[in-house]
Design a protein around this ligand. Structure first.
Ligand code: CU
Length: 318
């Protein structure tokens, strides 16, 4: 081969290699761009969640359900988690979690507008139903909130809210003079940011009395001592009426779904998995051969356990 031919071969091979590299690079460009965008969206959602907890939680609730949240003290805000609230999409009501590009744009503009200007209680009054946040939040922060509301995971918001407000609740207890976690607020268990539902509050009070009374330990929480049937309620969005159950093998528990959503009662290790039809009470029996110990009971509907529908079932020796 002559020198010229050799050179030509090298050049051709080089060009082919370059073309291949370029083709691969160009072909992967959209993928690269979309993974970058997804990463950016995640960062935005995490920041949005913190802002939400600081500025919006108070009125719109931990699950973004606002006044539809089925909480003991109803929130005054609107449902921002419209999918979770089951708000149907119609011509006037743009769904905030829609995938449709036109609906998305309309939702984005509307949410941005609301955060910016708030809601006057009356056009002539200065007092607002929802404060205007244009002064307190900058453009990027408002965008983070919009991204959170439209694309965030409300279970994540709920869990973050519940965990972060645990120390706030503990702090409030200490301020009132009697707190369990005054020495280390960070150790405080997660708390629901509103008062617990009545049944849970009573159970807590009972537990508190039992603990403080010390020696009359033979109490009514001992399942073997009384014939009271243990009752449990499942409620929306992701609640049990109590999170600590104590039972013995062969005991029964009556579980009622008092919410509108689908829920179930599941204990993996005991092979229990019972659907809970709405407004019905299901009686579940703890297997006779259940080993004493602590088990997790939860709702296996996707997102519900993560949302907080998980508690501890203690099986006592028979
Ligand atoms: Cu559930």
């Amino acid at each position: 081969m002559g020198a010229v031919q050799k050179l030509a071969t090298v050049v051709i091979i080089g060009l082919v290699a370059l073309a291949t590299v370029l083709t691969v690079y160009i072909a992967r460009e959209p993928e690269r761009r979309s993974s970058e965008a997804a990463e950016q969206e995640d960062v935005s959602i995490v920041r949005g969640t913190e802002l939400y907890i600081t500025y919006c939680l108070q009125c719109h609730g931990p699950a973004g359900l606002g006044s539809l949240g089925n909480e003991e003290t109803p929130r005054i805000g609107a449902a921002l988690n419209q999918d979770g609230a089951g708000i149907p999409e119609d011509s006037r009501n743009v769904n905030f979690q829609s995938d449709d590009p036109a609906a998305k744009q309309a939702a984005e503009e509307w949410i941005r507008y609301r955060i910016h200007y708030g809601i006057p209680s009356d056009p002539t009054e200065t007092e607002k139903l929802m404060p205007a946040f244009a002064q307190d939040l900058n453009g990027e922060q408002i965008s983070d909130l919009v991204t959170l509301i439209m694309s965030g995971n409300w279970n994540y918001v709920y869990n973050t809210a519940v965990t972060e407000t645990g120390s706030t609740v503990a702090q409030a207890e200490c301020d009132d003079g009697e707190g369990e976690y005054c020495d280390d607020l960070e150790e405080a268990p997660p708390a629901y940011p509103t008062a617990p539902p009545p049944e849970a509050a009573e159970a807590d009070a009972d537990a508190g009395e039992d603990a403080s009374e010390g020696d009359d330990e033979v109490d009514d929480t001992d399942p073997a001592a009384g014939d009271a049937v243990t009752q449990l309620e499942a409620d929306d969005p992701y609640e049990w009426s109590q999170y600590e159950l104590t039972l013995a093998p062969g005991d029964t528990i009556e579980v009622t779904n008092v919410g509108f959503s689908q829920h179930d009662f599941t204990v993996d290790e005991l092979g229990i998995s019972e659907d809970l039809p709405n407004d019905e009470t299901v009686t579940i029996t703890i297997p006779e051969d259940a080993e004493p110990g602590e088990y997790e009971f939860y709702c296996s509907v996707p997102g519900h356990r993560e949302g907080g529908m998980v508690g501890t079932l203690t099986i006592e020796a028979p």
